[in-house]
Design a protein around this ligand. Structure first.
Ligand code: C5P
Length: 414
């Protein structure tokens, strides 16, 4: 459990039925020693009285951008600078839409754009509204911003008597998410290198050998590392999705180019994550121009590509290496065997087959090293899985570093 005592929490409350749970949340935060200030949208006041939130938080509630200051009230600029973290709960479709479009038309949205503190958004609404493509698109835009996190709503019975996703998580979960967001960044000052996307191995100027990797999981790993404070560089092959903000992106096409770019930077990396779907082979020869259809060879001789991960992981001085494997059967055993064969410190095994994983939003993985199973994760969205993979990886990386330091200290002098 992360500590929350002494922290400043700004709570933004919107007009959703789950607003009735907010006094209990404020009480819990205050009980654990947090200083809590509340800002409500106009709609929120139709669900719950500001006087209640003022009483439980011990501060006047912010309601209006232009209201004359009450005693104890601070200006919206001071309020934006004040918190260690901001939680918007319940976040309605309306608030999510306004924030995703950068609108600042009331006190809460103005604060959300003005603050530099981490912002957590906890959507809560009717399942049909939550699943609407527009709401989903807006949530995706929010999740792509490194200083912003979306807390997945719980599934269950909703106030509208429907059952599905859309419930506001319990106060305990919200408090823990806030505490995590305010804890020191475990990868701050660390450099993380990530390979991702598919490589393209050209036969001529228009034809290539490749695969269906979308780059989604790779970019999600980058975003998650960024959130933990790392400086992230991504070596990116062919992808279907845009990179998140706040990371350095180097575009490549072939495995050989990817290898070159990795080699140029590997000496500076503390952690290297290999999510790229590197083609195992490439055509022996790349032809100039386009081979006319009638001249296409009956067979195309192939040569093996270098295994970038295995090469890096076998360097005498190498970063903490995390590999990704895709397997169709015996996931755990095969991923452990692959981890041992490649020599990496940690391996994430994806179950593929039947259209699973590539390009999809959800995934299911095992996290192993060559002889331990650390976790089975999912099925869950790639964002959640990446965050959980990093939780495990950060702990193992820190342990790995300590053991390297101990070994170095124990070396006899030359
Ligand atoms: O051997 P396989 O392709 O299943 O291994 C997958 C892992 O190895 C991934 O982490 C991938 O990025 C990495 N790899 C690599 N270079 C290759 C092949 C795979 O870095 N040529």
């Amino acid at each position: 459990m992360h500590a929350i005592g002494g922290k400043r929490v700004l709570l933004g409350v919107c007009g959703g039925i789950a607003a009735y749970k907010i006094p209990a949340l404020v009480r819990e935060l205050v009980k654990r020693g947090a200083d809590v200030r509340v800002v409500m949208t106009a709609c929120a006041t139709r669900f719950i009285g500001p006087a209640t939130l003022q009483a439980v938080s011990g501060h006047p509630v912010g309601l209006d951008l232009f209201e004359p200051h009450q005693e104890g009230q601070i200006s919206h600029i001071e309020l934006a600078r004040w918190p260690d973290a901001v939680l918007v709960a319940p976040a309605t479709a309306n608030l999510i839409g306004r924030l995703a479009n950068g609108l600042a038309d009331d006190l809460l949205t103005t604060l959300l754009l003005a603050t530099t503190a981490p912002v957590l958004v906890a959507p809560s609404m009717n399942s049909k509204m939550l699943e609407h493509p527009m709401v989903q698109a807006n949530l995706k835009r929010l999740a792509a911003i490194p200083s912003l996190s979306v807390i997945a709503p719980d599934v269950g019975e909703l106030a509208c008597q429907e059952t599905g996703p859309g419930r506001l998580p319990d106060p305990d979960q919200l408090v823990e998410a806030l505490a995590r967001a305010m804890s020191p960044s475990p990868l701050s000052g660390r450099r993380v290198l990530v390979t991702l996307g598919a490589t393209r191995e050209w036969l001529d100027e228009v034809r290539f050998l490749s695969n269906a990797s979308s780059g989604r999981m790779g970019f999600t790993m980058c975003r998650s590392a960024r959130r933990l404070g790392a400086e992230v560089t991504a070596i990116v092959g062919a992808v279907d999705v845009a990179p998140p903000s706040g990371i350095a992106v180097i575009r490549v096409e072939s495995a050989l180019e990817m290898e070159r770019e990795v080699n140029n930077r590997i000496g500076e990396a503390d952690i290297a994550v290999f999510v790229a779907a590197v083609s195992d082979v490439r055509p022996l020869q790349r032809y100039e121009g386009k081979i006319p259809k009638d001249d296409l060879p009956d067979t195309v001789p192939l040569v093996e590509n270098p295994d970038i991960l295995a090469t890096v992981a076998h360097l005498e001085s190498h970063p903490f290496c995390i590999g990704f494997a895709a397997e169709t059967s015996s996931l755990e055993d095969r991923t452990m065997a692959k981890c041992a064969a490649k020599g990496c410190e940690l391996m994430v095994g994806n179950h593929v087959g039947g259209g699973a994983v590539f390009g999809k939003e959800q995934t299911q993985v095992v996290v192993v090293d060559s002889n331990h199973l650390y976790a089975r994760l999912g099925p869950a969205d790639k964002e959640t899985v990446a965050a959980d993979v990093w939780n495990i990886a950060v702990e193992l990386f820190q342990r790995w570093q300590r053991s390297k330091a101990t070994t170095a200290e124990g070396q006899p002098d030359a």
